[in-house]
Design a protein around this ligand. Sequence first.
Ligand code: SDX
Length: 469
Amino acid sequence: MAKQKADDLTMIQDIILNAKEAAQKEIDGNAEPEFTQKISWPVDCKVGPGLEGAIACETEIGYVNGSMGYLIYRGYDIFDLCAYSSFEEVSYLLLFGELPSKEELKEFKESLNEYRHLLDIKRLLMSFPLENMNPMAALRLGINFMRHKQTYRDQAEVVSKAESIATDEDSIAMETPPRGERKSIYEFRKKQYRRPKNVQAGLVGSEGVGSCIRLIAGLPTIVAAIARIRKGHLPIEPDTSLTLAGNFLYMLTGEKPTPLAERIMDICLILHADHGMNASTFAAMVVASTLSDVYSSVEAGVAALNGPLHGGANEQVLLMLNQIGSEANVEPWFAQMMKKKRKIMGFGHRVYKAYDPRARILGPLAKMISATTPELRDFFKIAQTLEKVVNKSFGKDKNIFPNVDYYSGLVYKALNIDHEIFTPIFAVSRVSGWCARVLEYLEKNRIFRPRAIYNGEFNKKYTPINKRK
Ligand code: SDX
């Protein structure tokens, strides 16, 4: 048993280190000077539609080198972080700027553990028809409840009023008793959680490190609850003996994950945690720049991430592979898509003109984990064939390669997760990047306010409504 665990973990590490080696063979340059040096504002840059090329801010959090295909968080290569680190460690790194010491990581994990428990919020979510809601909209709802609770707590120092949306069974009418199952543990108990020692806790304003930790800890609980409630199951209480990734899988499936599954989820969370000025990070930062709060910023991030051109692509990829159906159908299907001028989900990127390093890890991981069942193996083969066809057709000319969303869905499917939860999983990870970037930006905040070029008409004469055609 112990040997199997060690073998599995070694195999995963080998996959990551092999991917690193392959990437390094193709990387023959340094960081791009135009994106990696101190600047003094205002700065000259060539801006295209969709703010392509625009410099929004300076950062020390992370860097994407699109032409070489490498990604770093706070100076550390993504391959090394995946091979040697954990999502908790990476979240600490993104938020606080340095890798934690043993003691710091222990305290950080304790804080995260405490904030996993969101009984009151799960209870509230159960009173909504989540099965008819987009899971990302439901996630925004959950974050909104977190914000409301936190705002109350700050103002009222956790007195009885603050519990008005809390765990009291009588506070929410339920027409039918919850449908239970034997594995579900759902207790309506009240508990005061100790505040983390080393962080300023509980603020919703500009210094809300405590709120960020609550969000990083809370999103897995909310997403898992949403996934279960949608299927008519009761949410599962977190298990604080498990890692964030392991506990997330446990709360989703009701089963303690194998060390292999836990490690794979951990790597997925590390890989998705931060990625420059992507649309959802920018959305979160725009909201924060108005001096709104971190919960609202994260909600904006979730809203932006949901779209199929962004994080929503991971779910679309799986639906697409399902639609293609067989390896033999890949070429005809692709030809149809090109005729209709459709985008192929999971391919292309605004910044990467080389292979996305995250896909370098997720591809082989998907291959390994898909080998377990014939159905998954077939899905993987379709994905691989499509990658070859896209590459042959325009990959090299247009620099269109698989992005992070291409293989992640296959990994999640192999972990027995429903496709509608793929994009929420992206949010469970990216919340640490959103929070880190928001906190950093607020240190030297200036409200975001670009201009648009007006090319409408001038000097039109107003016609009263009864004289209009
Ligand atoms: C993520 O920004 C980030 O960092 C995002 C992200 C993160 O971690 O935060 O990496 C996560 O969002 C990954 C992307 C997930 N989205 C998809 O997989 C959807 C499919 N991909 C695309 O629609 C597209 O590639 C985007 C949205 C990702 C990027 O869009 P751009 O930069 O605006 O590029 P474009 O649409 O202007 O395309 C440029 C050219 C066009 O050809 P030409 O008109 O110049 O001849 O490339 C072609 C496009 O037609 N093209 C594609 C394509 N992606 C680009 N053609 C077919 N299929 C595609 N997927």
